[in-house]
Design a protein around this ligand. Structure first.
Ligand code: A2P
Length: 284
């Protein structure tokens, strides 16, 4: 059993024993000196789950922030993801090892296949590679991102190993009830990417603003509290230390039934922010 939790943060546990804090830190578009500053600050204010990807081109600074942090390595769970162009078995294995070397870490806690890229038809090979890297100890836990139930069934049947995590687009405008139910039934932790949706639009949403006002909190806190209450792991990103702290500060209030019902009504089958449907989206 692997536990990575800041004190008092709620957790989620997968079928393989992986335990994650309910709120982690996203690093998409955090690069260079600004990136390292933001990640260092996130670790300092209490984030213990740091989400990266080979394609974010920031594994170097993520690893450096972790290595230079006073937080013990074993208290942190760092995630990276396999890009679509490296799904063949040999390339996938080399890419995982590259990620660990770029981070300058002996192991990566959690490694995900970034997208299934179904037209390429190699995600089962990629999964076999992750299973082997896990066996070798280069990664401790393995999972997927943007996988539909059919994709998960296939990789699980081929290897006998089910993913610990499925990271998907998930926010009040795109609530993914069916996928979440599938993940729950299989002991797979659902992680939410883009948890604030298009932050600029959603932060002005009338329903969310009204809920925030009622509880004396910000719209972002209302959205993140919704994530907490539906049971996923959200990975909001912020470059600002005050907002990083606020995004972790979700314990002093709760959304009631009426609030949850009002947010449930915001769900929209066309609500993807960038139209990236895993049935045909191809990630390079
Ligand atoms: P900032 O970094 O200036 O805080 P994404 O959807 O890609 O995760 O991006 C999240 C966006 O939401 C970022 O632009 C971030 O801006 C903004 N954001 C994160 N937390 C907050 C917050 N508490 N209040 C307002 N904006 C926020």
């Amino acid at each position: 059993m692997t536990t990575h939790t800041p004190p008092s943060s709620p957790t989620r546990t997968a079928h393989d024993g992986l335990t994650l804090p309910a709120t982690g830190f996203g690093t998409y578009r955090l690069n260079g000196f600004e990136g390292i500053h933001a990640i260092t600050s996130a670790l300092r204010v209490g984030y213990r789950l740091i989400d990266s990807a080979y394609n974010y081109e920031n594994e170097g600074i993520v690893g450096r922030a972790i290595r230079e942090s006073s937080v013990p390595r074993e208290d942190i769970v760092v995630t990276s993801k396999l890009p679509g162009r490296h799904h063949s078995y040999d390339q996938a294995r080399r890419t995982v090892e590259e990620s660990a070397a770029r981070m300058g870490l002996d192991y990566i806690d959690l490694y995900l296949i970034h997208w299934p890229n179904p037209s390429q038809g190699q995600y089962v090979d990629a999964w076999r590679a992750l299973v082997e890297e896990q066996r070798q100890g280069v990664v401790h836990h393995i999972g997927v991102s943007n996988f539909l139930p059919g994709h998960i069934e296939l990789i699980t049947r081929a290897t006998g190993v089910a993913p610990a995590v499925n990271q998907i687009e998930l926010h009040p405008y795109f609530q993914q009830r069916a996928q979440r139910a599938y993940d729950d039934a299989h002991g797979i932790i659902t992680e939410a990417w883009s948890p604030l949706g298009r932050a600029n639009t959603m932060l002005k949403d009338r329903t969310i603003s009204a809920i925030a006002e009622k509880h004396g909190i910000s719209p972002v806190q209302a959205i993140l509290r919704w994530h907490l209450q539906i049971g996923d792991v959200a990975i909001p990103k912020s470059t600002n230390e005050g907002r990083q702290r606020a995004n972790l500060d979700l314990g002093g209030f709760a959304l009631d039934r009426q609030d949850m019902d009002a947010i449930a009504d915001l769900d929209n089958k066309q609500g993807r922010s960038f139209g990236q449907d895993p049935r045909w989206h191809e990630e390079a």
